[in-house]
Design a protein around this ligand. Structure first.
Ligand SMILES: *Cc1c(COP(=O)(O)O)cnc(C)c1O
Length: 422
């Protein structure tokens, strides 16, 4: 079924570490190689078709190759693709983002989510003078030194939550607290108040399986950070434009000091965005002393794809539909495992969902107890039957506007039969 993919991976392994350009793609014994994708479907090099719930790990809320996004990108390409000068689209997109996120007065465009969180943390330290910051255990904020301590996602899947090659100073200045635990957070802030610049967290954890905030957790986090002059950074690289147009901050009614956006914000092209209050943002170069720069920052292609995607979301407001389809799939799965005494649970929020081999986790420690091996058995069975899930228990599945009710019903049937076989 996967002969060509198998052969391609053999060649890749000699040319790229682990055969891939990003660790989550290194599925054992080999990943499938994609030839193309359309709407809710992805096709591999052997000609197999799958319904896709990985959706490039989050950016594709409109599905693959949306015609309107493609038209916008093509139109931009006609006029050249990179200039090294400002373009009007930066202003239009900045205005749009600031109108949708009341916590954001100003933005800085960058190229990846990792670059956005790196810049946000540098900015928080420069603004407050604090040398340390707090992150949540299992929280993933991209691949840069200060956040690769107990990082979720690929790092956890491959058994290296603490990366080698990170200087001791970074490890010491990165404090960790469990998610959904305000007591530990208050304690650590109390003990190190003068030194802590910021708390960075994914408001909904999407890189250590899917973990939802308990009631009032985010409101309490806001209160504790505010009372102690610790900046609150919401890493909304996944949740931005996903839980609502205005992200998790709109969904939960909590206003962070700094926000990072990415994934959907680039409409499927590389982007990272830092946004926040004017008094904080003005500390970025060239108006302030915290340096950040980039050849491809604010590049017209990513801006055109991202701006068009967000405008479509704004006009069509697909959120209720996305949730309905997700709920339909999740309910079908729950029905199929109920009464069978198997330890499988399902969690979802809006268009994000996760099938847990074990109980629903509330933090990283409980997520680590999930049965990854069993998940991978399930992954391969699903793939064989034409459904592509992200290949790790520690990733989240995504519904897109391109998924039809037929897709959802077909997926539910396949899932029920695969779960039964396990
Ligand atoms: C994907 C992700 C990042 C990193 O974004 P890249 O564009 O891959 O660098 C950062 N934070 C969160 C929450 C993410 O899910």
């Amino acid at each position: 079924m996967w002969e060509r993919s198998r052969t391609l991976f053999e060649r890749a392994k000699t040319l790229m570490p682990g055969g891939v350009s990003s660790p989550v793609r290194a599925v054992k014994p080999f990943p499938f190689y994609t030839s193309m994708a359309r709407g809710s479907k992805i096709y591999d090099a052997d000609g197999n078709e799958y319904i896709d719930y990985c959706m490039a790990y989050g950016p594709l809320i409109l599905g693959h190759r949306d015609q309107r996004v493609m038209d916008a990108v093509r139109e931009r390409l006609e006029d050249g693709w990179i200039y090294g000068t400002p373009v009007e689209l930066e202003i239009l997109y900045a205005e749009l983002i600031s109108s949708l996120y009341p916590s954001i007065d100003m933005v800085r465009f960058a190229n990846t989510g990792a670059e956005a969180t790196m810049t946000a943390l540098r900015l928080a330290k420069g603004f407050t003078g604090g040398k340390k910051f707090i992150k949540i255990e299992g929280g993933f904020h991209g691949a840069h030194d200060s956040v690769l301590v107990k990082a979720g996602s690929g790092a956890t899947t491959h058994g290296i939550p603490n990366s080698a090659g990170i200087p001791e100073e970074f490890v010491i200045s990165t404090l960790q607290v469990p998610y959904n635990d305000t007591e530990k957070l208050a304690e650590i802030i109390e003990n190190q108040k003068e030194e802590v610049a910021a708390l960075i967290l994914e408001p909904v954890m999407g890189n250590a399986s899917l973990i939802l905030p308990e009631e009032n957790y985010l409101k309490d986090v806001r209160k504790i950070t505010q009372e102690n002059d610790v900046l609150l950074i919401f890493d909304e690289v996944i949740t931005g434009f996903r839980l609502a147009l205005g992200g998790a901050q709109e969904y939960y009614g909590v206003k962070p000091d700094i926000t990072t956006l990415g994934k959907i914000a680039g409409g499927g092209f590389p982007i990272g965005i830092v946004g926040g209050r004017r008094e904080i943002m003005e500390n970025l170069s060239p108006s302030g002393k915290v340096y950040h720069a980039g050849t491809f920052s604010g590049n017209p292609i990513s801006l055109a794809a991202g701006y068009t995607t967000v405008r479509i979301l704004q006009e069509e407001k697909p959120y209720r539909e996305l949730k309905r389809k997700t709920e339909k799939l999740v309910s079908a799965v729950i029905d199929s495992v109920e009464d069978r005494g198997v330890n499988i649970s399902v969690g979802f929020i809006e268009s994000m969902f996760c099938i847990y081999f074990g109980g629903k986790p509330k933090d990283y420690t409980s997520a680590l107890k999930l049965d990854s091996e069993k998940f991978m058995k399930f992954y391969w069975k699903m793939l064989e039957k034409g459904v592509f899930l992200p290949p790790s228990q520690y990733e989240t599945c995504f519904m897109s506007t391109a998924h039809s009710d037929e897709d959802v019903e077909g997926t539910a049937e396949v899932m029920a039969s695969c779960l039964k076989e396990l």
